[in-house]
Write a protein that binds this ligand. Structure first.
Ligand SMILES: Cc1cc2nc3c(=O)[nH]c(=O)nc-3n(C[C@H](O)[C@H](O)[C@H](O)COP(=O)(O)OP(=O)(O)OC[C@H]3O[C@@H](n4cnc5c(N)ncnc54)[C@H](O)[C@@H]3O)c2cc1C
Length: 263
């Protein structure tokens, strides 16, 4: 089988700061990393490669500097890397991103399994994986913590509220991965980094993947961000000391004074 893994380069921070004047993200001085969920997705794909000998291709869409995460994935064991990079992609929302990624996957060739992270830690929408499945017209299983393959059966253990669900699918199928304990993120050795430089690496433009300009960038994005702002700071929590009885009395006193409960 052939596996494609969707990986995104993100700022190394879950606390994205916003410029209050311009309403844009402050990226300066924030190093970039492989999206942590995508690292798990990659490890899941590499585990299948190790067990069954599948081929793993990573696909990323981003500016030229996103090459670093593709190179990292190659050093970690992926066989082939693809970076979709073109000014035509700039300003794409999740739907336009999904369109470009789906086009990129089609150009990769016959792909049986597509892995994505559950979400990116900067955009946080968790829409891109499902969007790609929709664009390709294939089934999807989200929130997976483990994936295995038995012949033509794809077996996925998915996290749900209060438990797990075991699902079976037939390829081609797209799976989004959570950060479960089954796939510990690895670090590449120096030799692996060196070796990765010889692996196939393609940089494709919109034209290369046959993407139509009307479906890309701001023009192809049905959502428009009108404003970004940090949520208002919460008031500090009140702390009460003393015995349990004393603390409860103080809490009741406060709740009465704030009119949460009657006298
Ligand atoms: C109107 C609008 C304009 C935007 N303009 C820009 C802009 O100009 N520049 C910009 O950088 N961002 C822009 N964004 C953000 C951009 O759309 C998202 O970063 C992107 O679509 C992915 O969404 P997400 O970050 O929520 O990822 P999620 O949907 O949370 O990601 C889920 C998974 O999908 C995969 N994935 C997501 N994005 C990529 C990718 N690029 N390559 C490969 N795999 C991926 C990964 O496996 C990831 O774990 C814009 C968003 C909107 C709504």
């Amino acid at each position: 089988m052939n596996i494609a893994v969707l990986i995104k380069q993100v700022p190394d921070s879950t606390e994205v700061k916003i410029n209050p004047e311009t309403g844009t993200l402050i990226r300066a001085g924030v190093p970039s990393i492989l999206n942590p969920y995508d690292h798990y997705a990659l490890e899941a794909a590499l585990a299948l490669k190790k067990k069954h000998g599948f081929k793993v291709t990573v696909v990323s869409m981003g500016p030229p500097q996103a090459k670093a995460v593709v190179q990292l994935a190659l050093a970690l064991g992926a066989d082939e890397g693809v970076l979709l990079s073109d000014m035509a992609f700039a300003g794409s929302d999740t739907w336009a991103t999904s369109y470009a990624l789906a086009k990129g996957i089609k150009k990769v060739g016959k792909v049986d399994l597509i892995f994505a992270g559950m979400q990116a830690i900067d955009g946080d929408t968790a829409q891109t994986g499902p969007g790609v499945a929709q664009q390709l017209g294939i089934p999807q299983v989200t929130f997976c913590e483990h994936v295995d393959v038995d012949g033509r059966r794809v077996l996925a253990r998915k996290q749900i509220d209060g438990g797990h669900e075991l699902l079976e699918a037939r390829p081609p199928v797209l799976l989004t991965m959570i950060m479960g304990k089954d796939y510990a993120p690895q670090h590449p050795s120096f030799l692996a980094v060196n070796g990765s430089l010889k692996k196939p690496f393609h940089v494709w433009s919109a034209e290369d993947i046959g993407a139509e300009a009307q479906y890309l960038g701001l023009k192809g994005s049905p959502t428009q961000v009108s404003k970004i702002y940090p949520p208002p700071q919460r008031e500090k929590a009140a702390m009460f000391s003393g015995s349990g009885q004393e603390a409860v009395e103080k809490i009741l006193e406060l709740m009465k004074s704030e009119h949460f409960i009657g006298e």
